[in-house]
Design a protein around this ligand. Structure first.
Ligand code: FES
Length: 330
């Protein structure tokens, strides 16, 4: 599959609310145990012209779409004879997903004893095909997994890795969590906003076209020892400065793929999504993707010191003391 093709229906600011995710409050699907904080109202730390949220920056949760797109029929509820509300399925054409994508979807589903457990990789597959999770992508997953579109939407709108607008060839994620922010992450993000002329989850260039870049600020990327960090398509670029970040996005815009500091070689965002769905292409590509250096010297500094000085953690006792009792929840 080519990841270079322009995305169907792409437009930079085509905010496309997914099917109403507030309709169904059934329990979360497998793997959906992440942060469920309420959406924050915003941040004054970023340029005002980018329409950023204000308040404490905690960007993991995103607001739930309140309205369906005007050109899409919103799911509605019917009443049965017993007055039990049921969802009327949204009629959306899923023909945009070709046979190869459908074959891959079947392979994903076959990995799990319960088909609904395949939802997260299936959403990554949708993004590899379309560059975002469209309404058709929601229906595609719902049909294959025998879920409601509301159930799929609750998951797709919960995780920030699932995009609701067509994304660029590359996704640049700048960590603006505490440590990175204090060491320059905020400045890097503000610099890239200005350089690219976009704000959070906006795309410079036509989404999907060569050199297009979607920018986002991100929560802690688990590389605080190398702060400030950014990622391109989830690959790490450590110890960044505003200058190095600008040089990086300029290289991406020229079509270059600078090597990440560690990890797999850089590909484009849609191919990354395909990998996240579990498809790595040829065996050599798989090796390239997993054999990159993964630990930086800074990460191993404590371990190295301990080895040099002969430090060891105390051995676990054969009979560890019992855990304190916890009051039973009523
Ligand atoms: S705060 Fe940026 S990686 Fe942890």
């Amino acid at each position: 599959m080519s990841s270079e093709e322009p995305l169907a229906g792409s437009s930079v600011n085509s905010e496309e609310p997914l099917a109403d995710s507030s309709m169904n409050s059934e329990e979360p699907l497998a793997g959906s145990s992440m942060n469920s904080e309420e959406p924050l109202a915003g941040s004054s730390m970023y340029p005002a012209d980018h329409d950023e949220p204000v308040g404490t920056p905690a960007f993991t949760a995103r607001p739930v779409a309140a309205e369906a797109a005007p050109d899409q029929a919103a799911p509605t509820t019917l009443s049965t004879a017993q007055d039990v509300p049921v969802e009327r399925p949204v009629q959306v054409d899923t023909g945009v997903f070709d046979e190869l994508t459908r074959q891959r979807a079947r392979e994903i589903i076959a990995r799990y004893p319960q088909s609904r457990s395949a939802l997260l990789p299936l959403l990554h597959l949708v993004q590899s095909a379309e560059g975002y999770v469209s309404q058709a992508g929601i229906s595609f997953c719902a049909e294959l997994l025998e879920l409601t579109t509301a159930e799929v939407s609750t998951v797709a709108t919960f995780y920030t890795m699932f995009k609701r607008r067509p994304s660029g060839e590359h996704l640049v994620s700048v960590c603006t969590n505490t440590l990175c922010a204090a060491l320059g992450g905020d400045e890097i993000y503000a610099t890239l906003c200005k350089k690219l002329g976009v704000g959070h989850e906006e795309t410079a260039g036509r989404p999907g076209s060569p050199g297009s870049i979607t920018l986002e600020h991100a929560e802690c990327l688990a590389a605080c020892d190398l702060a400030p960090v950014l990622q391109v398509n989830y690959e790490f670029y450590d110890n960044q400065t505003p200058q190095s970040a600008v040089a990086l996005v300029e290289a991406l815009q020229r079509g270059e793929r600078p090597a990440p500091t560690r990890g797999a070689p850089l590909t484009d965002w849609r191919n990354t999504e395909l990998q996240l769905a579990g498809f790595f292409g040829e065996p050599q590509q798989l090796r390239d993707a997993v054999d990159g250096p993964s630990a930086a010297p800074e990460t191993l500094a404590g371990n190295r010191l301990a080895e040099e000085r002969g430090w060891q953690a105390p051995a676990m006792p054969d009979n560890p003391p019992p855990l304190p009792t916890v009051a039973e929840k009523k």
